[in-house]
Design a protein around this ligand. Structure first.
Ligand code: NAD
Length: 307
């Protein structure tokens, strides 16, 4: 784990906007790498939940012997939570927005960030579906805007996709690629925007095939997941992954991709839409392709769902 001395010179102060599933862990990644981090959200309760979850997670990491209690405490001390975007942005060198996946929300945030953050600050979005050109255009610094796309869970997953839009400068790309390396992640550079970026496009092909195998009655969710894990070496199968990411998120991503491409094959699969409408959202609701003892529970106790 990189120490405080490795935090990239010039990008010491990081602001993360949105303290949900992604933003909270992204903030912790930067704090662990030695950055002073402000985590901003619109609700105090969201920030309190994020802080509690991060403290529990750090405690568990320490208990497993993967980190000293001192390192965890120092990192948590570098992380400040606030609802005040103005104060949070005023000293930021690097901002990553991880707010709700709605263009209007993100454009509002980027217009505010452009007004409030110092002129040198780089503004990035963690969006999985919205190319940064859509938020860059509401700023007066489009050259300093790009996608910096972490994967879920951000504390664990190594890959970070850096996506430039036509106006992103080479200096911004170079700075961000180096920043991603210094926080212990593996950057993957996309030279232009494309729906789904790289990893989710690869995953989408696997997911669609898994759904069509299930739909055709060829194999159960459990057996398809087993094949992905034991034959392909994937850490989890496509149905387990859909439950982790959230059926609602899967649905929203498919709809956003369709809005971008106009290709009907990008629309949510009927089985996904049916689950979404039935409130079977995956781990977060306790039921998805699999049943979970409690919402967010890691343990699968019932398997093999076929709709
Ligand atoms: P989430 O719903 O868990 O969290 C979103 C947070 O944004 C909430 O806490 C909400 O209060 C906050 N928010 C809403 N409006 C805001 C505003 N105006 N200012 C500040 N905060 C605001 O969502 P998430 O799953 O963490 O996703 C966040 C972003 O990360 C999305 O753009 C999504 O595409 C991307 N992403 C998600 C995943 C995933 O697996 N969930 C993976 C990679 C990237």
């Amino acid at each position: 784990m990189p120490g405080p001395e490795t935090s990239q010179r010039g990008l010491a102060r990081v602001l993360v906007v949105g303290a949900g599933a992604m933003g909270s862990q992204i903030a912790m990644v930067f704090a662990l790498a030695g950055h002073d981090v402000i985590l901003q959200d619109i609700t105090e309760s969201g920030l309190a939940t994020a802080r509690n979850q991060l403290e529990e997670r750090m405690d568990a990491t320490v208990a497993k012997g993967r980190m000293t209690a001192g390192t965890a405490r120092q990192a948590l001390n570098r992380l400040t939570c606030t609802t005040d975007l103005g104060e949070a942005a005023s000293s930021a060198d690097f901002v990553i927005e991880a707010a709700t996946e709605k263009l209007a929300i993100k454009q509002h945030i980027f217009a505010e960030l452009d007004r409030l953050a110092p002129p040198h600050a780089i503004l990035a979005t963690n969006s999985s579906t919205l190319g940064s050109s859509k938020v860059a255009k509401v700023t007066r610094r489009p050259g300093q805007v790009c996608n910096v796309h972490f994967f879920n869970p951000a504390l664990v997953m190594k890959c970070v996709e850096v996506v430039r839009h036509p106006e992103t400068t080479q200096a911004t790309v170079d700075t961000v690629m180096e920043l991603v390396r210094t926080i212990g992640k593996q950057p993957v550079l996309l030279s232009r925007e494309i729906p789904g970026f790289v990893a989710n496009r690869l995953m989408g092909v696997l997911r669609d095939e898994a759904l069509s195998l299930l739909d055709a009655g060829i194999a159960s969710t459990e057996d398809i997941d087993t094949a992905a894990k034991t034959a392909l070496g994937h850490p989890m199968g496509p149905f387990e992954l859909m439950d982790l990411v959230g059926i609602d998120v899967n649905c929203m991503i498919a709809e956003a991709t369709y809005a971008e491409t106009g290709n009907p094959t990008d629309l949510p699969h009927p089985m996904i839409r049916e689950m979404y409408e039935a409130g079977r959202l995956g781990r977060k609701s306790g039921k998805g392709w699999y049943d979970y003892e409690t919402p967010q529970d890691d343990r699968i106790h019932k398997t093999g769902t076929t709709l």
